[in-house]
Design a protein around this ligand. Structure first.
Ligand code: FES
Ligand code: FE
Length: 427
């Protein structure tokens, strides 16, 4: 038993200590033991389509530059001048053949080499320009256009790291005949709450009906029906490695589709089934939210594909960015429906996000009393032998991995059989 997690098989009960959400020491350990060992998402290759295109991001607390160099290779650099530290790129995006530091004008090409220094004879003949190029994270790799870096020189390669989550990324990517691209523009917002609260919320089917009651009532008033428990009915999976997902059952939640979009949705589902076989456990039930440990979420409603990251800034402050991922060359009306969904459901002022942020900030305020009320409970479904709607198994998977990295303790497996499909007696 660690200080942070109690995985008790006798009850059975799973509890997480609330210091994990408020303690600056835990926050510092997370940076060192999680964000510096994991593969962390930077961006999508389609965001830098042309030579010398760049984007700036914050990844694992560091400012970085995602860039496509003159030979079309995608690279990631630390966004810090090797001279005396200035942010080299200060815009969100741009296209520059040379990146020139505004402080003293050292100038680099997009493959990171130092190309010019003003008055460079003042440095003498032994000054080593070759080793004053831009710094890179120790490892960079991409999977199906998703670019990740690792600040650890050693560890599993990206494919191994993604493990079973890789298959779900494949299913998402195979929806598009001509590939996927990220649209220009993003939603950016922040919350006064710990980053892990939004990880939990991103694959929490349990909260949907109660937190988003306003949305459900609005849909019902508009004549939309929800089968069973409606948007609260979801099946969670622990994919190992801290990754997990929920799949919704019944109609895709988010904004309802019109007839044309629904027909397209059905076509996409049929196409993915063709590629991946009729493994209905892993094909669509109406939507899926995939969490890739530690802080990437890919939301897949077919009618809207969203990539979201949560960047921890402080124990009680998180910056969130979402991008819309779209099939290249799709019909204009589908693109319109997708953008409507992205804005009016998932946007910072949409139907879902403000409710979630309110709930999570409320949790954070509640954690102020963590000395008197130290444990949160994440036990839903531990007693079931078969999958139940809105179980919390996927969150337990995340926390077991989190706890393993922080404390070195080997995690116990989930006590009951992990099902591979919705069973007929979903509870
Ligand atoms: Fe960049 Fe001096 S800090 S050139
Ligand atoms: Fe929500």
């Amino acid at each position: 038993m660690s200080r942070y997690v109690i995985d008790d098989r006798s009850t059975p009960r799973f509890r997480v200590h609330r210091s994990t959400m408020v303690d600056p020491e835990v926050f510092a350990q997370e940076q060192a033991k999680i964000f510096e060992s994991a593969w962390v998402y930077v961006g999508h290759e389609s965001e830098v389509p042309a030579r010398n295109d760049y984007r700036t991001r914050t990844v694992a607390g560091r400012p970085v530059i995602l860039v496509r160099d003159q030979k079309e290779q995608v690279r990631v650099f630390l966004n810090s001048c090797p001279h005396r530290g200035t942010l080299l790129c200060r815009s969100d995006a741009g296209n520059e053949r040379f990146l020139k530091c505004f402080y003293h004008s050292w100038t680099f090409d997009t493959s990171g080499r130092l190309r010019a220094i003003p008055d460079d004879e003042s440095y003498g003949p032994d000054f080593d320009r070759e080793h004053l190029g831009l710094a890179t994270p120790p490892r960079l790799d991409s999977y199906r256009g998703f670019v990740f870096v690792s600040f650890a020189a050693e560890g599993p390669d990206l494919r191994s790291y993604l493990g079973r989550a890789r298959h779900h990324l494949d299913v998402i990517c195979d929806q598009a005949l001509d590939g996927l691209e990220v649209l220009d523009g993003s939603h950016r917002y922040s919350m006064r709450a710990n980053w892990k609260l939004l990880v939990e919320n991103s694959f929490d089917g349990y909260h949907a009906i109660s937190t988003h009651q306003r949305y459900v009532e609005m849909m019902k008033a508009g004549g939309k029906e929800f089968r069973g428990a409606g948007i609260g009915e979801s099946w969670g999976q622990d994919l190992g490695g801290g990754h997990g997902l929920i799949q919704g059952r019944g109609p895709a939640f988010g904004r309802p589709l019109d007839a044309a979009a629904q027909a397209e949705h059905d076509e996409v589902v049929a196409r993915v089934r063709e590629v991946h076989g009729d493994r209905t456990d892993e094909i669509f039930y109406g939507g899926r939210n995939l969490v890739i440990f530690p802080n990437l979420v890919v939301i897949d409603l077919v009618s809207a594909l969203i990539v979201r990251t949560m960047q921890p800034v402080a124990p009680d402050f998180t910056e969130i960015t979402s991008w819309e991922l779209v099939p290249r060359n799709e019909a204009a009306h589908l693109r319109t429906a997708r953008l409507d969904n992205f804005l009016t459901f998932w946007g910072p002022g949409g139907l879902a996000t403000p409710d979630d942020v309110e709930a999570l900030e409320s949790c954070q305020r509640g954690f102020a009393g963590h000395r008197e009320l130290p444990w949160s409970d994440i036990s839903r479904g531990m007693r079931r032998d078969l999958p139940g709607s809105a179980d919390e198994v996927q969150m337990r998977g995340f926390w077991r991995r989190w706890n393993q990295l922080l404390t070195g303790e080997e995690p116990l497996p989930e006590p009951h059989r992990q099902p591979t499909a919705f069973a007929s007696n979903v509870g």
